[in-house]
Design a protein around this ligand. Structure first.
Ligand code: SF4
Length: 493
């Protein structure tokens, strides 16, 4: 859609709202005015002595709407607040014009961020009652009743998690950026899976160096690890011996005496063996993710998965035999070749297995994924909504509650990803990571270290390279950078 910004340059804010209102439109900034009958949005901003005014003029599909939002100039106290308030009125004017024209509001209303739970959690953390926090979602952000219920459950879980954390604790993320094959919707793992797999031995040695450097930094800072999470990629792409080496190095080099949760993603059932599960259990892992995404063989094949639903059942049985106490299973709503009925069958089959946690994702189209480059017929937004409606009802009926959620760009129907659990089996790591409750230190490929100072909300980010080749090439500087973790905590004393 053609976008004309007048009196401001809040491109990011405007694009976020464009995506919320018109997910299939991409922004264009033309030099010439719109032609007769062409779709466009004009967002202008002006300030008088008392009021700042944002005006939106939107033409779409032959119809036109206008809207205005204002804020008192007295509220623009400093540069940061000024930017926040002005962007908000520009977005709201756009939202008002867009929803008037479309005749309906998106499920998350005017919320455009990826962490909607932060808003009610922050309000309640500052003394608001649950009813007041929910009214904030309803009246200010126009969030639908279903999404409000999700956000409020997750906000309660976030506050409980915050209560359980102690000073001087961090979580650890270990990224293993390898998979046996590449899924159609993935932009993370290199397309040349075969060639990168040859780098595994070198990667394991480099990771052991990074683990040792982090162990020294944490010791110097007197910081303890509260949760460990192996993600990727698929960590169980590593052989049993390689898993033993990495998890052994972690236990030897890093003090895990305060660790209360240790997760390993064993996402692809074709990578799960009895031998690897024995290593996981012996090395302290208590939570495993077995991720079918769907239980339909036809949809699995369309995704580029080299296994069938029967392999998922076999892998799940192996995990149960291994005695690992907590199992998560991921499903995706909106996969190509899937339908609302197909998704229902997948969820029912997963619930029959009885995992402690179920995570329901909504398909996100990622740049660089095969789905994005080759295109494919996807279930409609209405069908995805029916899948999620069913999931909420079925999961609640099975005794599960939502405990964390997040949203992503280019998500089918502008919905969300939600982690569900049997009460008492919440993953603390997932809540800490999503709600940014404490520092997450990342090792390996693709992780993002977030050094978080909770009182001020200040976050310092430090990314590890995503691809194994880049990780190996830069390992000396990655090892050196671990010192920054110690420096960060020393500066807080
Ligand atoms: S299992 Fe996950 S990381 Fe691996 S290819 Fe599939 S989507 Fe990508």
């Amino acid at each position: 859609m053609k976008l004309y910004l007048q009196g401001h340059d809040y491109k990011y804010a405007v694009e976020q709202m464009l995506l919320t209102l018109f997910p299939d439109q991409r922004p264009v900034y033309p030099d010439a005015p719109p032609e007769e009958g062409e779709d466009f949005a004009r967002l202008s901003l002006s300030a008088g002595p008392c009021w700042a005014t944002a005006a939106a003029q939107l033409r779409y599909g032959g119809a036109e709407r206008r809207a205005v939002r204002r804020a008192p100039v007295s509220a623009l106290t400093d540069e940061r607040t000024r930017g926040r308030v002005l962007q908000r009125i520009v977005k709201r004017a756009f939202y008002d014009a867009g929803t008037a024209l479309l005749g309906h509001e998106p499920p998350w209303g005017a919320m455009t961020g990826v962490r909607p739970v932060k808003i009610p959690a922050k309000a309640m953390g500052n003394g608001a009652t649950a009813a007041q926090a929910e009214r904030l979602l309803r009246d200010v952000y126009r969030v639908s009743p279903g999404r409000r219920a999700l956000a409020m459950d997750c906000a309660r879980a976030s506050l409980a998690a915050r209560e359980s954390l102690n000073d001087g604790e961090v979580s650890l993320y270990v990224g293993i950026p390898f998979c046996p094959t590449r899924c159609a919707y993935c932009s993370f793992v290199s397309a040349d899976v075969g060639r990168t797999l040859k780098l595994l031995p070198e990667f394991v040695s480099a990771l052991e160096r990074e683990i040792a450097a982090l162990g020294r930094a944490l010791d110097r800072a007197g910081v303890k690890v509260r949760t460990v999470y192996f993600g990727g990629g698929t960590p169980t792409t590593l052989s049993a011996g390689q898993l033993d080496a990495v998890m052994g190095a972690l236990g030897d080099q890093i003090d895990l005496s305060r660790c209360t949760e240790y997760t390993v993603e064993a996402g692809r059932p074709d990578t799960i063996t009895r031998e690897k599960l024995e290593v996981l259990a012996r090395r302290g892992c208590g939570r495993v993710s077995v991720n079918p995404q769907t239980m339909s063989d036809q949809v699995l094949a369309a995704m580029g998965r080299a296994h069938r639903a029967e392999d998922i059942r076999r892998a799940y049985a192996l995990v149960r035999e291994s005695g690992l106490p907590c199992v998560n299973m991921d499903l995706i709503a909106g996969l190509p070749k899937d339908s609302a009925d197909g998704f229902r069958r997948s969820l029912d089959q997963v619930l029959e297995l009885g995992p402690e946690n179920v995570t329901v994702h909504t398909l996100t189209l990622k740049k660089g994924s095969r789905l994005m480059t080759e295109g494919s017929a996807l279930p409609s937004g209405t069908e995805v909504a029916a899948m999620l409606d069913y999931a909420w009802a079925a999961l609640r009926a099975a005794g599960q509650v939502p405990y964390y959620l997040y949203r992503q760009k280019y998500m089918s129907g502008s919905f969300e990803n939600v982690g569900w659990c049997r009460p008492g089996t919440e993953s603390l790591y997932n809540i800490c990571m999503m709600e940014e409750l404490h520092t997450i230190v990342s090792l390996g490929g693709g992780g993002m270290t977030k050094l978080i100072d909770p009182p001020s909300g200040r976050i310092i980010r430090q990314a590890n390279p995503k691809y194994p080749q880049d990780y190996l090439r830069n390992i000396d500087s990655i090892v050196e950078e671990k010192q920054r973790v110690a420096d960060f905590f020393a500066a807080q004393m």
